[in-house]
Design a protein. Structure first.
Length: 376
């Protein structure tokens, strides 16, 4: 199932003025990933250098899934050679690689990483510590020394989501209230963890900084970068935690990388993307392979309304819509309304594979045909 292409050298990037966007690997190519190299005259930033094997339901043999994951990791390592900065939006293994496996990704790089001490669930709390420990051990030969937690007041993030909070779910409203109540209890438990357990301190690797990037801004010559505050990974109080996104601007051109918002599900996040009005939006679709399990029809409906609103209310011509969405064959059927809106608006709602001139692997494996024109 090898793609046999040298992405950086032989595939034309998305060009926006002097911004070049290289789509390194995404799920439409056959391994779980959302890895991008952003390049301007001032800086090259590798986003989310991770790859994971597809889930058991994906129609490939285990050895084939493993081979595609290894191919994805090789593409990421190649992209890392030219990057000065590595950005990690959160600590799922399809978004970061542990340093013991691929130290060259992080060697001699500035790191902008999701805060490991706040707005993080238990699983990623543990993974972020493993990541930090391995960074120091593998690249510096040092042992990580933890710090005492800082005193901080944490507010319920739902207060920052007025559209989602005011949404009328009709027959589902009572069930929604029950879920939000459980979510608040889950959050209170996490807040106690953040206040009680040792924190990862600010670190350096040699002369290179490791910065907790949540909500920070960077100015490198004419390139400006903003990192978002923590955003829910999916719906309100989603148990998989939080992520941070990235906005890059240069000379009036803008790229927004909004990973793992799952559609987005939350209306306030859709309105944020509409206000940003980027030239290029890199966004993951909903995990339709989990429909009826971790994704219900109510939230799928929210996704369709939100992506349709983004298509109608921005001047964004290209949306790379991939990642979770490309893990099963009926994704186009589930989002048929959104693809129809894209057609009506003359917008490109594309997988990474389609931008790179290929059919998504899941379509090839299942005999599905993409109805989306592939740009040349």
């Amino acid at each position: 199932m090898s793609r046999g292409t040298n992405i950086i050298d032989s595939v034309k990037p998305i060009e926006l003025g002097e911004i070049r966007v290289h789509l390194i690997w995404f799920d439409s190519l056959g391994a779980k990933s959302s890895s991008v190299l952003l390049e301007t005259p001032e800086v090259r930033i590798l986003l989310d250098p991770g790859a994971a094997e597809m889930q058991p339901s994906y129609p490939l043999l285990p050895a084939q899934k493993k081979a595609l994951r290894e191919e994805a990791l090789e593409a990421i390592k190649k992209a890392a050679r030219g990057a000065e900065v590595v950005f990690i939006s959160h600590y799922h293994y399809d978004h970061h690689t542990l340093p013991q496996e691929a130290p060259e990704i992080y060697c001699d790089k500035v790191l902008w990483i999701k805060d490991p001490n706040r707005w993080i669930n238990r699983s990623q709390w543990n993974r972020s510590r493993l990541f930090a420990e391995q960074l120091l051990e593998v690249l510096e030969g040092k042992k990580l020394e933890y710090a005492s937690p800082e005193e901080e007041h944490f507010e319920d993030p739902l207060k920052q989501l007025p559209l989602a909070s005011a949404k009328d779910f009709r027959d589902y409203q009572q069930r929604k209230k029950e879920l939000l109540k459980k979510g608040r209890a889950w959050l209170r438990d996490l807040m106690a963890l953040w206040r009680r357990e040792p924190w990862v301190p600010q670190l350096t690797l040699g002369s290179k900084e490791i910065l907790f990037a949540d909500g920070r801004s960077f100015h490198l010559g004419e390139t400006s970068i903003r990192i978002t505050p923590p955003l829910f990974h999916g719906a309100e109080y989603d148990r998989v935690g939080w992520v941070v996104g990235l906005v890059l601007e240069r000379r009036g051109k803008k790229v927004v990388y909004a990973p793992d918002l799952q559609g987005p599900i939350i209306e306030d996040y859709a309105q944020w993307l509409i206000r940003e009005n980027p030239d290029l939006l890199i966004l993951d679709g909903p995990p339709t392979y989990l429909l009826g399990y971790m994704l219900n029809l109510i939230n799928l409906g929210r996704v369709i309304e939100n992506i349709s609103s983004i298509l109608r209310n921005t001047e964004t011509r290209i949306i790379i819509y991939d990642h979770h969405l490309l893990r099963e064959a009926r994704y186009r059927e589930h989002l048929a309304r959104a693809y129809q809106v894209a057609k009506e608006e003359g917008k490109d709602l594309l997988t990474a594979a389609e931008w790179l001139g290929e059919e998504p692997l899941i379509d090839r494996l299942t005999g599905k045909c993409s109805s989306t024109p592939i740009p040349r």
